[in-house]
Ligand binder design. Structure first.
Ligand SMILES: [Fe+2]
Ligand SMILES: [Fe+2]
Length: 339
């Protein structure tokens, strides 16, 4: 397995094994992707309308089933999914529910908000053609992180709704980056017309000039371009920018400042300027996700040794409980949160 310390860490099969002709191409593409995601023109998708409205409900202490029903009715796919969820193994009651209202009351207000927010986010931001397997992995990891964050927040006496949303969006920079670089991939797939200058050199230039032109205009075929994007560029931009881009997304979506900070510093909480407890919760939830297998494999950790537990005043007994209760809870949430 490739470890962070290996020379090839972050490089996919393509980069590690391809012939020299691909290297300059990959270098140029990496540079341009890096410039694109750090430029002021970097395009961030809007927070889906339904998700925005669910978040606004958090500011309304009187919001109940009627308000959420109005939101859900705008999206028939989500409405249909709620009925399916209410009849799933976890929520199933004595009889089958067929109406939206019955489905909502069976699920319960609190879980309902979580599910509607998640489904809306998933259907609009986590869908990019050609990148389905990576996005499915990120989604699973995000839901697991939301579930763990919710539990940790309860144990630490913090707001578990905020923790849930923060956990769900902590890696939001990743799908957003995939959206952007997949558009760029599509652009690259389009054949470029040859300039008259290049044509002249290609036909009549010296052997060195011909070689230089061939190198400059080299384009791998579509399948090769996609594999370079998927195996080399995606890991590269994730490593470089996902937390930073995620914080930009949170700002554009007007998420609370504590969620923005948790996203920005979830890998390096020690650098966070305001040291908000929710940042520690998300840092720890992310570690636990990898520990329990919800995300790519990382070096194993010894749970009770994590000083973040101490910072959150979570006892060893509760840490043990997380290990036994978590997988079931995460699997149940996952089954309700993918359309
Ligand atoms: Fe991350
Ligand atoms: Fe993560």
């Amino acid at each position: 397995m490739t470890k962070k310390t290996d020379a090839n860490y972050g490089k996919g099969y393509a980069e590690a094994n391809e012939s020299d002709s691909l290297e300059p191409y990959i270098r140029i593409v990496k540079q341009r992707v890096k410039e694109a995601v750090t430029s002021e023109n970097f395009e961030i998708p809007l927070l889906p309308h339904v998700a925005t409205q669910v978040l606004q409900l958090a500011n309304n202490p009187n919001a109940g089933f009627i308000e959420i029903e109005k939101i859900v009715k705008q999206d028939q796919v989500i409405a249909g999914h709620l009925i399916k969820t209410a009849n799933s193994a976890f929520f199933r009651g004595v009889s089958e529910v067929t109406s939206l209202r019955d489905a909502m009351s069976r699920i319960g207000l609190k879980t309902l908000k979580d599910i509607v927010f998640s489904l809306s986010l998933h259907s609009k931001v986590f869908r990019v053609k050609g990148y389905e397997p990576i996005l499915a992995e990120i989604w699973k990891h995000s839901v697991a992180c939301a579930a763990i964050a919710q539990i940790l927040a309860k144990y630490a006496g913090l707001n578990s709704d905020t923790a849930f949303v923060a956990g769900l969006v902590h890696d939001i920079g990743k799908p957003v980056l995939i959206n952007v670089i997949s558009q760029w991939e599509t652009e690259l797939q389009k054949p470029k017309p040859e300039s008259p200058e290049d044509k002249k050199l290609r036909l009549w230039g010296s052997p060195e000039q011909k070689e230089a032109i061939a190198k400059k205009n080299y384009r791998p075929d579509s399948a090769k371009i996609h594999s370079i994007f998927e195996e080399v560029l995606v890991p590269f931009v994730f490593e470089e920018s996902h937390a930073q881009v995620g914080a930009l997304v949170a700002t554009k979506w007007k998420l609370p400042n504590e969620i923005m900070e948790a996203i920005r510093w979830h890998h390096k909480p020690e650098l966070s300027p305001n040291k908000m407890p929710i940042t520690t919760v998300i840092y720890l939830s992310n570690l636990l996700c990898h520990h329990f297998g919800y995300g790519h494999e990382e070096d194993p950790i010894i749970l009770p040794h994590q000083k973040a537990f101490k910072e959150l005043n979570i006892s060893e007994e509760k840490i043990g409980k997380i290990g036994t209760d978590l997988p079931k809870y995460v699997d149940q949430l996952l089954s309700s949160m993918v359309i």
